[in-house]
Write a protein that binds this ligand. Structure first.
Ligand code: NAD
Length: 264
């Protein structure tokens, strides 16, 4: 039986190690037949990503730092030369100075605001613009966001502002590229213990709080995020674009802790 992704090729950006959300997505896509290419940010990450790429039979492994637009251009030139086109794209990239992922949002510096926005939000727009011309038969793009975009989470600060802009850019990109049969969506994942996740102050506390208070009484696995990405990147979601899809064990629907948690 052919997999949901059999015959589809795509690029996964944002694997740092085997805890990365992008890695959970990559494994799931591969299990359903996708052919994958990866990017990595610098040689130190490259050494970790290479064996993972091997594990899922990926031959294309390309360096890319989104702060260096020439390296982004190079990624899509390589894909064009090697594959001619792509069917899907995963953008799982975010960064902010961890010194500003604590305390008050109001204390965010201009330099870190701009850098956070460029890496965590505008990079998706720049990448979508380069990926779209390679998606000749239509395609699907997914980026990763967090509930701190729309509701205040302690310490998430400027990252929440960047994610709000990212979610808005998903809607504008969906409108821009819809006419070409290209869909653009975001997954709003619940907290996951990753390198990026640990940059937010008190990450462990927030992780445990959501474990207690999410309707499913736990947090998500990267494989579960992978399952939802499979849906959004495959033809199963052919009628879906411009959406922010929560994969958070239901945490976003809750407005206060359960009473049995409060009564001690
Ligand atoms: P991670 O640390 O495994 O991945 C973050 C990735 O961003 C890394 O691969 C890193 O190399 C890449 N990156 C950072 N700056 C870059 C740059 N300048 N150029 C190229 N790549 C760069 O952590 P993760 O949690 O898997 O993060 C993936 C995405 O998921 C991020 O957008 C993050 O905000 C989002 N997200 C994470 C959580 C969570 O709790 N971990 C929840 C919701 C959304």
């Amino acid at each position: 039986v052919a997999g949901l992704m059999t015959g589809k090729r795509g690029l996964v950006m944002g694997v740092a190690n085997d805890h990365s959300i992008a890695w959970g997505i990559a494994k799931t896509l591969r299990a359903h037949g996708a052919e994958l290419a990866f990017t990595y940010q610098g040689e130190a990450f490259g050494r970790r990503v290479r064996p993972l790429a091997d594990q899922v039979g990926a031959r294309l492994l390309i360096p890319c730092d989104v702060e260096d637009i020439a390296s982004v251009d190079q990624v899509f030139e390589t894909l064009k030369t090697e594959w001619g086109g792509i069917d899907f794209l995963v953008h799982a990239i975010g960064f902010s100075d961890k010194n500003e992922l604590k305390g008050r949002y109001a204390d965010t510096t201009r330099a870190n605001f701009v850098r956070t926005m460029v890496i965590s939000c505008f990079s998706f727009t720049e990448i979508a613009k380069r990926a779209a011309p390679l998606m000749n038969g239509g395609g699907s793009m997914v980026t990763l966001t967090y509930g701190g975009a729309t509701r205040v989470m302690p310490n998430y600060n400027v990252m929440g502002v960047a994610k709000a802009a990212l979610e808005s850019s998903v809607r504008y990109l969906a409108a821009d590229y819809g006419g070409d049969g290209i869909r653009v969506n975001a997954i709003s994942a619940g907290p996951v213990r990753t390198l990026a996740g640990s940059g937010v102050a008190d990450a462990r506390l927030m992780f445990n709080y959501q474990k207690k208070n999410a309707p499913l009484r736990r947090t998500v696995s990267i494989e579960e995020v992978g399952g939802s990405a499979l849906y959004l990147l495959s033809d199963l979601s052919a009628g879906v674009t411009g959406e922010v899809h929560f994969v958070d064990c239901g945490y976003n629907i809750v407005s206060m802790p359960r009473l049995d948690e409060l009564k001690v």
